[in-house]
Design a protein around this ligand. Structure first.
Ligand SMILES: O=C(O)C1=N[C@H](C(=O)O)C[C@H](O)C1
Length: 307
């Protein structure tokens, strides 16, 4: 592995905006040039870090060899920013093998969902995440996304998992506002908003950051929004949030990441290709995304603006 891959900071602070990078394709192969250029562009917008091979990265449609190559490209382009890596399976033995393979990579964390389809008990979920956290050289961010996995992590289970020294954060797509609030208040896990529409409320409640697919577009606005919210500048944050909400709604009007890939393609940064069974977004939705006007640039992207 090139030595540049070893220079990733080991961070346990997941504050700020993380981009779950799309995986660009050209003629059904990963387009590494487009991926590299995209990551550099995102980095320059002031994001906190990258997530490789998440749902938005179409990891379910990649082989492990392709995932490893995608990760290498992102690490090369990251310029020292932290990178977390998605790792998912529904077979514990295979999952532990994958964790072992990833132990030698320079990662900030592994992003790990519950096993899909199986719908285990809370005890089964405890076992799943504990075995993975025991085996991982990297901190674990729990990817709580019941509408994709079919498994709901209850608050008591998350509290118990948070006692594991290697389980440090949660990407919260749980859709349960009371659970989100309790997790933030209790502070045992760093909470990252994982649903783009919930960024404002989660951050205003005290979440540390967000992993947001729609932030491939208007990235500097999202960065500014998070800074304003984390410094309590609610008035200025509201003004930024209004147009971003329209953008978020359009980004998820059809299955993610098709609309955002359509937007990226219209910028000339990649093709809009997805791997089956995903299909390209309709031109109506991409037109809608492209038509959304945001102010030129946040007046103070550092979030120093006052209410
Ligand atoms: O890949 C991700 O990480 C994200 N996935 C969500 C999804 O399941 O579609 C959306 C979120 O913006 C980030």
């Amino acid at each position: 592995m090139p030595s540049s891959h070893q220079s990733q900071p080991s961070t346990t602070d997941f504050s700020g905006l993380w981009i779950p990078l799309v995986t660009p394709f050209r003629d059904d192969a990963v387009d590494h040039d487009a991926l590299h250029a995209l990551a550099v562009r995102m980095r320059q917008a002031g994001i906190a870090g990258f997530c490789a091979c998440g749902s938005t990265g179409e990891a379910a449609a990649l082989s492990h060899d392709e995932e490893d190559a995608v990760l290498s490209t992102i690490l090369d382009a990251a310029g020292g920013l932290p990178v977390m890596m998605g790792a998912a399976d529904c077979h514990l033995g295979r999952m532990l093998e994958r964790v072992q393979q990833l132990n030698s990579r320079a990662l900030a964390a592994l992003l790990v969902p519950a096993p899909t389809y199986i719908r285990p008990s809370q005890e089964g979920l405890m076992h799943w995440f504990t075995r993975i956290a025991d085996a991982s050289a990297h901190p674990i961010v729990i990817y709580d996304i019941p509408y994709r996995t079919g498994a709901t992590l209850e608050l008591a289970t998350l509290r118990a998992l948070a006692r594991h020294p290697n389980i440090v954060a949660i990407k919260d797509c749980g859709g349960d506002a009371a659970k989100t609030q309790r997790l933030i208040d209790e502070g045992a896990l760093q909470v990252l908003a994982g649903e783009d529409v919930q960024i404002f409320t989660s951050l205003a409640l005290g979440a540390r950051g967000a992993i947001a697919a729609s932030a491939h577009a208007h990235t500097d606005h999202f960065v500014a929004l998070l800074r304003l919210l984390s410094t309590g500048q609610l008035g200025a944050a509201r003004a930024l949030w209004a147009p971003l909400q329209q953008h978020i709604r359009a980004s998820f009007a059809e299955p993610n990441p098709a609309p955002i890939k359509g937007w990226l393609a219209r910028q000339g940064w990649m093709t809009a290709e997805l791997r089956a069974p995903m299909t390209p977004a309709s031109s109506a939705v991409v037109d809608q995304l492209c038509a959304i006007q945001l102010p030129q640039r946040p007046r103070d992207a550092q979030g120093h603006e006052s209410d």
